[in-house]
Design a protein around this ligand. Structure first.
Ligand code: NAG
Ligand code: NAG
Ligand code: NAG
Ligand code: CU
Length: 267
């Protein structure tokens, strides 16, 4: 343990959209990054990547899919702490209240930092998809029942399982919502990627092949230019294929964390 993760009062935001405000890894709570932290001295150290330019709580648009902003959000810089988690363990991402209008898929990726994630060059990270949920029921409610509706129903949280097969190491978890409420026209989809450093332990040996985030999405794919308000039938979650040993989690209202983090952890 190098230094304490500062506990700061949650600064509420009146803007729409959202960020991941908390992470629970193997039952332990870690503070997410809040763009307001840039005004605090010393700034809290978080496991969430730093996005001080995201004061508007905004998104990455399809015209930026080939830029480094799609990796971990606007001009993101490396988190300086990591949350320990066992391969096969669960990580819960707690969002600020997600707007019901912002329907769309929830997608998760991991990238091995092959060294400390605190200093890795983000443009070199190669990501494999470990989770992707989109349209669950096209007709059960107006504009369909989507992964984001499940997230909202579970207290604005999403839980992902770290595949038990992967080799131990330092990984970045890239968790993302793509909101489709304006996606009917070109460049209207809204990507909300959020990155978290994880120190994964275990006995797995797999090193799944990954791809650069700048190759994930095509701005013109039918999953990105998509009319949420038309007759819904099917929706293909965009991005690369799911890792063959990915484990799908049945989302439930998460249990309260067993403890809050008190230190900075790295492998
Ligand atoms: C990060 O990696 C990219 C791609 O390899 C490279 O162009 C860039 O110079 C690197 N940045 C730093 C700071 O090393
Ligand atoms: C809902 O999530 C918030 C954190 O985002 C947490 O403080 C609160 O205790 C949770 N409520 C329930 C009922 O789990
Ligand atoms: C829905 O399915 C059709 C037929 O397979 C396909 O052409 C189309 O791209 C799919 N739409 C989406 C948004 O995935
Ligand atoms: Cu919004």
């Amino acid at each position: 343990m190098l230094s304490a993760i500062a506990l700061v009062g949650l600064i509420s935001s009146v803007t729409a959209h959202g960020t991941v405000s908390g992470i629970v890894a193997d039952g332990i709570f870690y503070e997410g990054y809040n763009p307001s932290y840039q005004y605090i001295t010393p700034a809290p150290i978080t496991v969430g990547w730093l996005i001080p330019n995201d004061l508007a709580n905004g998104f990455i648009a399809p015209d930026a899919y080939t830029t480094s902003d799609i990796i971990c959000h606007l001009a993101a810089t490396n988190a300086q702490a990591a949350a320990p988690v066992k391969a096969g363990g669960k990580v819960e991402l707690q969002w600020t209240p997600w707007p019901t209008s912002h329907k769309g898929p929830v997608i998760d990726y991991l990238a091995n930092c092959n060294g400390p994630c605190e200093t890795v060059n983000k443009t070199t990270l190669e990501w494999f998809k470990i989770d992707g949920v989109g349209l669950l029921n096209p007709t059960s409610e107006t504009d369909g029942y989507w992964a984001t509706d499940v997230l909202i129903a579970n207290n604005n949280s999403w839980t992902v399982e770290i595949p038990p097969t992967i080799a131990p190491g330092n990984y970045v978890l890239r968790h993302e919502i793509i909101a489709l409420h304006s996606a009917g026209t070109e460049d209207g989809a809204q990507n909300y990627p959020q990155c978290v450093n994880l120190a994964v332990s275990g006995t797995g040996t797999a090193n799944p092949a990954g791809v650069l985030a700048t190759t994930f999405y095509s701005a013109t794919s039918p999953s990105i230019i998509f009319d949420l308000y038309g007759t819904l039938t099917n929706y293909t979650v965009p991005g690369p294929a799911l890792y063959s040993a990915a484990v799908s989690v049945t989302q439930t209202l998460p249990a309260a964390p067993t403890a809050s983090s008190t230190g900075v952890y790295t492998l």
